[in-house]
Ligand binder design. Structure first.
Ligand code: NAP
Ligand code: MN
Length: 268
């Protein structure tokens, strides 16, 4: 029988590293192979840290179609399913196939640069479009090919259901159950004066609609496009197109997992 391989990635802090070593030993004792480097043949990827390190792992390995399990070492841990004191319980349940997989939709942004070159970025939480150096931005926003508004303010966040509890929520956006397939556009400090008019609340869109952002350049030349906290700066890009992607992230959850219960324990 070929080796059953499991990859483990951990934050640099001591607690995460200790947890990684302990888990590695436990998995090896149960007959799993835990290679040091990422392997596409792994049946599971374990990320030890907070949501941030889960997102980092995801980006570093380019959204592989392999299930992830998050182990939380003392952060918010919205994506993380277990604690370091539950390792034996996890292995026991894993061996018995007592888990479910939460499918999470991802988001993509295509930036059309000034010279027409296209750059594609992926994200799980959101795409943030803002000005460079804290500048106000003017963004012409089209939804499904129709021009809708000329936004002025700090920028916009387009979030997935999975990302609705992150930056989107801090901005007053709605929490979206990840069983729904929608995109949410939430403004960041929109101006509403006789000079500028834009929506002051979030809008929620069906999955097939593309959000096109065409910036105007006045005082600033740089536009910053941020996916899950990772920044990409472009000078005078023509357009940023944001849409839901077909790439699915698979997150391992245990039998008692309930999205709204998680929201309650983390936010209320
Ligand atoms: P960070 O500054 O450590 O993250 C901010 C907080 O958001 C952390 O507590 C993180 O959890 C939590 N978080 C991340 N994804 C979440 C989700 N889907 N649902 C609920 N909470 C979530 O940076 P990071 O850890 O690298 O995370 C990147 C994310 O930070 C971005 O995708 C963005 O959504 C968020 N962010 C939020 C604000 C804001 O709320 N004002 C500003 C900038 C960025 P952990 O503690 O477990 O890491
Ligand atoms: Mn973090």
């Amino acid at each position: 029988m070929p080796d059953r391989m499991i990859n483990i990635f951990a934050n640099d802090d001591e607690y995460s590293q200790e947890t990684r070593k302990l888990l590695r030993r436990k998995l090896q004792n149960c007959g799993y192979c835990v290679p040091k480097a990422f392997t596409e043949n792994a049946e599971l990827i374990i990320s030890i840290g907070g949501d941030g390190s889960f997102l980092k792992t995801l980006h570093e390995y380019d959204f592989p179609p392999i299930p992830f399990l998050g182990i939380n070492t003392g952060h918010l841990g919205f994506f993380q399913e277990i604690h370091p004191d539950e390792l034996d319980d996890f292995i026991f349940r894993y061996q018995q196939n007592r888990f479910s997989i939460q499918d999470m939709k991802t988001i993509r942004a295509v930036v059309v640069a000034e010279d027409g070159e296209e750059f594609e970025y992926k994200g799980l939480n959101e795409v943030l479009v803002k000005g460079e150096n804290s500048r106000n931005v003017h963004l012409n926003i089209s939804i499904g090919g129709s021009f809708i508004q000329r936004f002025s303010g700090d920028g916009i966040v387009v979030s997935t259901p999975a990302g609705s509890t992150a930056y989107n929520y801090s901005l007053g956006g709605s929490i979206v159950d990840p069983r729904l397939s929608v995109l949410q556009i939430t403004p960041i400090a929109p101006m509403n004066t006789t000079a500028y008019r834009s929506f002051t609340s979030s809008v929620i869109l069906p999955p097939e609609l593309v959000v096109d952002v065409n910036p105007e350049y006045q005082k600033q030349d740089g536009l910053v496009v941020v996916l899950d906290g990772m920044e990409h700066t472009h000078i005078r890009p023509k357009e940023v197109s944001v849409s839901l992607s077909n790439t699915i992230v698979k997150l391992m959850r245990f039998e008692n997992y309930d999205f709204w219960n998680k929201v309650k324990t983390k936010f209320l």
